[in-house]
Ligand binder design. Structure first.
Ligand code: SF4
Length: 66
């Protein structure tokens, strides 16, 4: 099964990461860094069910299925 992967070079670290919100299983998490800043988003491969929703919701185009 394919899993979502976040390219850390492309991730814009938005604290409002839409991909994180749309994931039905809560597989996307973000480390906080700084007061307003979010960190790079990460996909938990154990949780990801490969639905692909997050790919279209990432405004930075940082998520791919592989
Ligand atoms: S592919 Fe689906 S389950 Fe996997 S991280 Fe993206 S939204 Fe979540």
């Amino acid at each position: 099964m394919k899993k979502a992967y976040v390219d850390p070079q492309k991730c814009d670290r938005s604290p409002f990461c839409p991909a994180k919100r749309v994931c039905p299983v809560g597989a996307i998490t973000q480390e906080r860094s700084g007061f307003f800043g979010g960190g790079v988003s990460k996909v938990d491969e154990e949780k990801c069910i490969g639905c692909g929703k997050c790919v279209n919701f990432c405004p930075a185009g940082a998520i791919r299925m592989k």
